[in-house]
Design a protein around this ligand. Structure first.
Ligand code: AMP
Length: 289
């Protein structure tokens, strides 16, 4: 696997591969890779001849009081893991390569309807930062397919929408959430948890499972289900930010009787904000990780 740090070098490498007829798969990440990221790389290999990964901790998607500086950076281990999983090219630019004039950009990409709700409501500007960097990375790499995790369900939905609205010529493929054995969704931020918090953290997934189970079984009292999940989180020592039942495709409020749903939650455990979600089909007895 080759590592490059400039836009020009990525373009040159990809141009060469593409003229040989290779299909390009792209996995954008912020590094500190775990099994969830690597599942994206594995899936990319099934859809592409050449897998390009990027590692870039994007300052534009962090709020002023968020963990940009503390965000875990493990470049050597990341490179080894990507190589192990068959990535061919790593793009790991410095901030100055991506934002040579700083982050006070003239141009931003915004998907207001989807970017302002749920996590966007408590993280203003976050999804503009995501949409802007993903657009820029798509323009640099020019992938045929790009892979995103269901773990960040709102991000996935927003990127699908952006790609459709802006006619970006890429196919978005989603990958199930990789979880620890106790159900906790893998996340680079899990390492902020103290041992006591880590032991309590799977309660988030359990609350979602219980809510999804009730919905699958036909319980349509969404307000009650959400209130019970919040209570469960509070009892588990979480400070819930939101628990919501939404339409799976649009993330809008579901119509009565709508079968394709997703339960999403964000909650703070100590200083760590955790998110998770479960997609489900009502009465079909099925939930998706
Ligand atoms: P990040 O490095 O957190 O920006 O994540 C990069 C990509 O990995 C995004 O598409 C995430 O949705 C995906 N991802 C992160 N955690 C997981 C997980 N536990 N399972 C599957 N995908 C994940």
């Amino acid at each position: 696997m080759e590592t490059v740090t400039t836009i020009a070098a990525v373009r040159a490498k990809i141009h060469a591969a593409r003229s040989g007829g290779a299909r390009i798969g792209f996995v954008p990440t912020m590094g500190n890779l775990h099994a969830g990221h690597l599942a994206l790389v594995d899936t990319a290999r099934q859809h592409a001849d050449l897998v390009v990964a990027s590692i870039f901790v994007n300052p534009l998607q962090f709020g002023p009081l968020e963990d940009l500086d503390a965000y875990p950076r493990t470049p050597d281990a990341d490179r080894a893991a990507l190589e192990d999983h068959g990535a061919a090219l790593l793009f790991a630019p410095e901030v100055t390569e991506i934002y040579p004039e700083g982050t006070a950009l003239q141009t931003r990409v915004s998907v207001p309807g989807l970017g302002d709700v749920l996590c966007g409501a408590s993280r203003p500007g976050h999804f503009d930062g995501v949409a802007t960097i993903v657009t820029k990375l798509f323009n640099v790499v020019g992938p045929d397919v790009a892979l995103f995790g269901r773990k960040d369900f709102q991000q996935l939905t927003l990127i699908r929408r952006m790609v459709q609205d802006l006619a970006i010529p890429v196919t978005i493929i989603d990958v199930p959430t990789a979880r620890a054995e106790d159900g906790l969704a893998l996340s680079s931020r899990n390492q902020y948890l103290t041992p006591g918090e880590r032991a309590r953290a799977p309660a988030l997934y359990r609350a979602l499972e219980r809510a999804a189970g009730r919905l699958v079984a036909g319980d349509n009292d969404h307000a009650r289900i959400v209130a019970d999940a919040r209570e469960e989180l509070l009892a588990g020592g979480f400070e819930p930010d939101y628990v919501e039942i939404r339409s799976r495709d649009s993330l809008g409020q579901p119509e009565p009787g709508e079968p394709e749903l997703v339960v999403l939650a964000a909650a703070r455990l100590g200083r760590t904000r955790l998110i998770d979600n479960l997609a489900l089909t009502v009465n079909a007895g099925r939930t998706q990780p």
